[in-house]
Design a protein around this ligand. Sequence first.
Ligand SMILES: [Mn+2]
Length: 239
Amino acid sequence: MAPLIGIAANMEGAEGAGAERYFAGGRYVDAVVEAGGIPLILPIIRGRAAIKRQVQAVAGILLIGGYDVDPLIFGEEPHADLGPVFPERDEYELAVAGEAKGQQKPILGICRGLQVINIAFGGTLYQDLSQIPGPVLQHRQPSRGHVAGHTAEVVAGTMLERIFAARELRTNSHHHQAVKAVAPDFAVNARTRDGVVEGIENEPENILGVQWHPEMMFRHFPEMLSVFRWLVEAAGRKK
Ligand SMILES: [Mn+2]
């Protein structure tokens, strides 16, 4: 039976525009379906017991892109170039990540999702790429979403290398934040040539994060569906 994949919802809500909305981009949903999973969008709720029940209801978790993570969570004041933050979503996703790991359910994090994973398990972020010493490549591409931009060099021997059967990936790039300190028990599995972390993993716990957006790419580059297949297969192995 196709495994249920919980997609932790994104959140928006402008002042004066009424209540906040909880949603997921259609391309994440499409990618999970295409990979053989059944997606369920998980709305942002409060309370650890309730979140535990949400995670119990699914076999795997997808953490998707969105706005910046509140830097106060990892002990920093807001940098001048920090974007809008939604602390309710941060709190929710950190709880979801902790529950999923506790319930031994696989997690795939995309873009912000990778960053949430890194923070949830003890790492930190650069709030803006300008904080990285030295020159950096273009990570916020003006090209269309699916267009392959920079090259991510895949680290030998990683789960990511086996997933793609490749040592180099041309990926799109839509981020201005990046991993600073990597969470303990996690390994970097891909970097661009400027040293920016483009992927992390904890193979024994079935947790994978990619900094790019494979859901925007897979219609043009079918190999990009591989990370979703990994999630669905890992979820299917659990029960
Ligand atoms: Mn990038």
